[in-house]
Design a protein around this ligand. Structure first.
Ligand SMILES: [Zn+2]
Length: 319
C-alpha cells in the first residue's frame, strides 16, 4: 500500500520549515524556526530533528514514504550534496542527503528550491497538466525550474534552470554571483528595492520618500503602487520590463506552454502582468506570443509542497 505522507523540509537562509504533507499537497502538520545560520549544518540538522518532533514524525512513522528537501543551491542533487549556499556559510560540500537518510532511515530527495517549487506547481498548482513550462521565482534572488516534454530538466549535477544568472544587460549592476547584469541583478526583489531606494531620494514627494531610504523594500514599493504613487508605479513598470525580457529569453530557449511566476514579487502580479506581457510580445518571435504568463498558486507553501512533490515524483518515476 502506498504510504500517504512525506516529510517536507524547506531549508532557507532565513527560515527552516518542516511539514508532513499528503499526496494532494495538503500540509498536515507544520513547524518552523529561524535557521541557525551561524551554527552551521550540524546545528541545522539538530533543528530539523526538533521540528520533526513537533510535527510528530515519530508518531506517524509508519505512514511516511520519504523525505523531500528544498534547499538553496547550487547543489548536486545526484549526490545529495550541497555545493555552496551564499546565505549559509559553512555548508560547502555538506552531504545533507546522506545525513538525513541516516537520521530517518527513509529515502531522501534533494533539489534546489527552484526545481522543487516547479515540481510543486506542476503537481498541485498553476502548472498542473502541462508538459512544457518554466517556473521562475522572483524574490530576494531569481531561481527557477524547467519542464520540457514532461520532464523536469536536471542537467549535469542537477544544476539546470539557474534562470536568474542569464546575463541580459552586460553594462548592468553586478549580481550576487559576481557577474555583471544577470537577470537576478536587474529584476529580483532586491534589485527592485535598490532601485526604489535610489529613486526615492530624487523624488521627495513620493510616498516612498516618507520612510528612511535604507528601509525601503520591494513590499513597500508594491504597497505604494497600490495607493497610486507615481514613482512606485514607474518602478514596477521597469520591473515588468526586465521580467518581460527575461521571460522572452526563456520562451525562446524552452518553448513552454506557460511561464509560471512565483516568489514574493509575484504578489504584485496583477500590477505587473500587463507590462510584462507587452514587453514579452515586443521581445519574443511571433509564434511565441501566445505563451501564457501566469502567477504561481502555492504562495508561502511553495517550498514545502515542492519538497513533498519531490518524494511523489521520485516514487512515480521509480514505479
Ligand atoms: Zn548572477
Amino acid at each position: 500500500m502506498q504510504k500517504p505522507l512525506a516529510i517536507a523540509i524547506d531549508l532557507g537562509g532565513t527560515q527552516l520549515r518542516v511539514a508532513l504533507v499528503d499526496r494532494d499537497g495538503g500540509i498536515v502538520t507544520r513547524a518552523s524556526v529561524a535557521t541557525d545560520v551561524a551554527g552551521g549544518p550540524q546545528r541545522v540538522i539538530e533543528q530539523i530533528r526538533v521540528l520533526c518532533g513537533e510535527v510528530d514524525v515519530a508518531g506517524r512513522r509508519a505512514e511516511i514514504a520519504g523525505v523531500g528537501v528544498s534547499s538553496p543551491g547550487p547543489l548536486d542533487s545526484e549526490a545529495g550534496r550541497i555545493i555552496a549556499i551564499s546565505t549559509l556559510p559553512g555548508w560547502e560540500e555538506f552531504p545533507i542527503g546522506a545525513e538525513l537518510a541516516g537520521e530517518f532511515g527513509l529515502p531522501v530527495v534533494l533539489e534546489n528550491d527552484g526545481i522543487a517549487a516547479a515540481n510543486g506547481e506542476w503537481m498541485f498548482g498553476a502548472a498542473r497538466g502541462l508538459q512544457h513550462f518554466v517556473y521562475v521565482t522572483v524574490s530576494t534572488g531569481i531561481g527557477g525550474g524547467v519542464m520540457v516534454d514532461g520532464r523536469l530538466l536536471h542537467g549535469r549535477r542537477g544544476m539546470a534552470g539557474h534562470v536568474g544568472h542569464m546575463i541580459i544587460a552586460p553594462e548592468g549592476p553586478r549580481c550576487s554571483c559576481g557577474a555583471p547584469g544577470c537577470f537576478e541583478a536587474l529584476a529580483s526583489g532586491s534589485a527592485l528595492a535598490r532601485a526604489g531606494r535610489e529613486a526615492a531620494a530624487a523624488q521627495p514627494s513620493s510616498l516612498l520618500a516618507q520612510q528612511p531610504a535604507e528601509t525601503i523594500t520591494a513590499r513597500d514599493i508594491v504597497a505604494a503602487a497600490r495607493q497610486g504613487d507615481s514613482l512606485a508605479l514607474t518602478l514596477l513598470e521597469r520591473e515588468a520590463t526586465w521580467l518581460g525580457i527575461g521571460f522572452s529569453n526563456l520562451a525562446h530557449l524552452y518553448s513552454p506552454q506557460a511561464i509560471v511566476m512565483g516568489g514574493g514579487v509575484s504578489q504584485a502580479f496583477d500590477l505587473l502582468h500587463e507590462n510584462i506581457a507587452s514587453t514579452f510580445r515586443a521581445s519574443a518571435m511571433l509564434p511565441f506570443h501566445d505563451t501564457k504568463i501566469v502567477a504561481a498558486k502555492l504562495g508561502d507553501n511553495a517550498g514545502l509542497a515542492g519538497a513533498a512533490a519531490l518524494v511523489w515524483a521520485k516514487e512515480g518515476s521509480a514505479g
